[in-house]
Write a protein that binds this ligand. Structure first.
Ligand code: SF4
Length: 312
């Protein structure tokens, strides 16, 4: 999940470590998956693998499968010859993403390969065992590899470990995926991660940018894709709860006590706004597709910074 886990990990303290040039993509991915460290408890006993898999194509088809396929098509995320590494953090988002890719492999005529990887940054035993149990039950053949990122992040950035942790986790996954011959790395960021990150960029970083559905890595020969771009978090929560799956929460052993509530606040604000305008999330996404450069004070690209006064 964490391109994935900036996820809640964006806080005031982190901001002290993140200057205004920091890429939102790094910021927003402090935790390879989702945003807020919350435990999601199942509402029913763990269902059979067959029931869980069927639910993706039947009960949750319109909420999960359809938006997944829409993002794949719209942003051309999967092509013939691709070898895709799906990063599993153990949270709800990456577990769903893995099952969606298995379904896609069965249903699609596109000739691609998929492998599942999970980096253990120093999870405690209970979390690690829960991850293994979920992988086994869900029939996800995943390679778990160790990378003592929690320990290193705490050592070199004791007070504000999240920024360092996020960077190292991303780098670790890129390295692992590349070593497995993959040309793409799929992360579990969902629709609400995108919305929240867009607003947080404005509120706390003073810039307008969003999480992109796919991007090329600057340092690795690999593309990062976010196939859950259009999948709403509430649908993922329903899917895990109603199938009896107990996903890992953040799993952090370093900063669980230090992270603050900026993402939570943003999430709550959006929920509040949705009450009076149910389409508000769609509008936020649309705003990232309809930037009017004639009605904006300034913008920048890889060549430099521009002001509307340049052409005044
Ligand atoms: S230190 Fe913990 S809370 Fe911070 S980014 Fe890493 S996993 Fe997330």
């Amino acid at each position: 999940m964490d391109l994935e886990t900036i996820e809640n990990h964006f806080d005031n303290d982190n901001k002290k470590n993140i200057n205004n040039e920091t890429n939102i993509d790094t910021v927003a991915s402090t935790s390879l998956g989702s945003a807020v460290c919350e435990t999601i408890l199942p509402s029913v006993p763990l269902q059979s693998l067959e029931t869980i898999e069927k639910s993706i194509q039947k009960k949750y088809r319109s909420a999960l499968w359809t938006p997944f396929v829409k993002a794949l098509k719209e942003f051309e995320m999967v092509k013939d010859g691709d070898r895709i590494a799906v990063a599993i953090s153990g949270g709800k988002d990456s577990l769903l993403l893995s099952k969606l890719f298995q379904e896609l492999k069965r249903a699609s005529r596109t000739n691609f390969e998929v492998v599942f990887i999970s980096m253990n940054p120093g999870f405690n035993t209970a979390n690690l065992n829960n991850l293994k149990k979920n992988l086994k039950h869900l029939n996800i053949p995943c390679e778990i590899y160790d990378d003592n990122i929690f320990e290193v992040a705490e050592k070199i950035a004791k007070d504000y470990p999240c920024y360092m942790c996020a960077k190292m986790r991303r780098g670790s996954l890129y390295t692992k995926a590349t070593s497995l011959g993959c040309n793409k790395l799929a992360l579990g960021h969902h629709f609400d991660d995108v919305i929240e990150t867009t607003l947080m960029s404005m509120f706390y970083m003073g810039k307008f940018e969003t999480m992109l559905p796919k991007l090329k890595s600057d340092n690795y020969d690999i593309e990062l894709i976010r196939p859950l771009f259009y999948v709403e978090e509430k649908a993922i929560i329903k899917w895990v709860r109603n199938n009896g799956i107990l996903p890992m929460n953040c799993g952090c052993t370093v900063a669980a006590e230090k992270t603050s509530s900026k993402r939570r606040e943003t999430k709550d604000l959006i929920a509040q706004l949705v009450k009076s305008n149910p389409d508000i999330k769609k509008r936020i996404i649309q705003s990232t597709q309809n930037v009017n450069l004639e009605k904006i004070l300034g913008w920048k690209d890889s060549d430099g910074k521009y002001s509307y006064l340049d052409k005044f």
